[in-house]
Design a protein around this ligand. Structure first.
Ligand SMILES: [Mg+2]
Length: 268
């Protein structure tokens, strides 16, 4: 794994003569992870850097988040961006709108699991169940360390005891469990689909993807894009399928500004 900022010249070479599809995760990538999802702040500096890139004709941005679609759209608040919520189950952007079809059995199951979890976790202080429509997130960043094993037990029992457990999948993230459709899209599949679509729309121009993310669900995208583009994990060097790393969201912003400069140079 290499440090991205050491290889900016190489990145510049790779971008030469190509259009860019820039995939960005939100929490932990564009915005530091907050105590609760509501508290996360999208800085004006980051918004400004991203906005500049939306004005680049050879660049398309896709924000791919585990948050619900409306939530992520509101947080970022910029036009001319493709937004994907619920880890790819919902997508919206210029001339694009998609919502994964889920079975009524799944919908029923997710509602019942939410009710059981709400009851089961009522005594565990700090547990937050977020209803994102097509999926649930159970956040435990504020839960006391001693209560975490009990929380995990309650979650496991709630899902495995449910008659429709095969339709539901639990994916761990940073101090969060996502409860979502077992057969659903993940960030890797959605990145490949958007890349194919963008390549088609650019009519023969080569499109190179850059994907920046920080969490385990981003690993699906790092693996899917292997050999196709540039993958970057945020949070320092660690075991990951990504080729590169950046240390924190501040460095992401720095890289976005550099990217804007590289694309501008190319336009001249
Ligand atoms: Mg993240």
């Amino acid at each position: 794994m290499r440090y991205l900022l050491d290889d900016l010249d190489k990145i510049k070479d790779k971008l030469r003569g190509r259009d860019l599809l820039l995939f960005l995760d939100y929490d932990g990538t564009l915005s530091p992870i907050a105590a609760t999802p509501d508290k996360s702040v999208f800085s004006e500096g980051m918004r400004g850097s991203l906005k500049k890139l939306t004005g680049q004709p050879r660049c398309r941005i896709a924000v791919i988040s585990g948050r619900g679609l409306e939530n992520i759209k509101k947080k970022v608040g910029l036009k001319d961006i493709i937004y994907s919520g619920n880890h790819g189950l919902e997508i919206e952007g210029p001339q694009l709108r998609y919502k994964a079809a889920v079975s009524p059995l799944y919908k029923k199951a997710i509602g019942e699991i939410k009710d059981s979890l709400t009851a089961g976790l009522s005594k565990i202080k700090g547990a937050i169940i977020e209803d994102k429509g097509l999926s649930l997130s159970l956040h435990y960043r504020l839960v006391r360390k001693n209560d975490i094993p009990a929380l995990k037990n309650i979650l496991r029992r709630t899902v495995t005891d449910h008659p429709a457990k095969k339709r539901v999948m639990v994916r761990p993230g940073k101090m969060v469990f996502d409860i979502r459709p077992a057969s659903g899209l993940d960030k890797g599949k959605v990145a490949l689909w958007l890349l194919a679509r963008e390549s088609f729309r650019r009519r023969g121009r080569k499109v190179i993807p850059i994907y920046i993310g920080d969490d385990s669900t981003d690993e699906d995208a790092f693996a899917a894009l292997k050999g196709k583009g540039i993958t970057v994990c945020v949070g320092g060097e660690r075991k990951s399928s990504a080729q590169y790393y950046l240390k924190d969201t501040g460095q992401v912003r720095f890289f976005l500004r550099r990217l804007d400069g590289i694309l501008k140079e190319r336009e001249v």
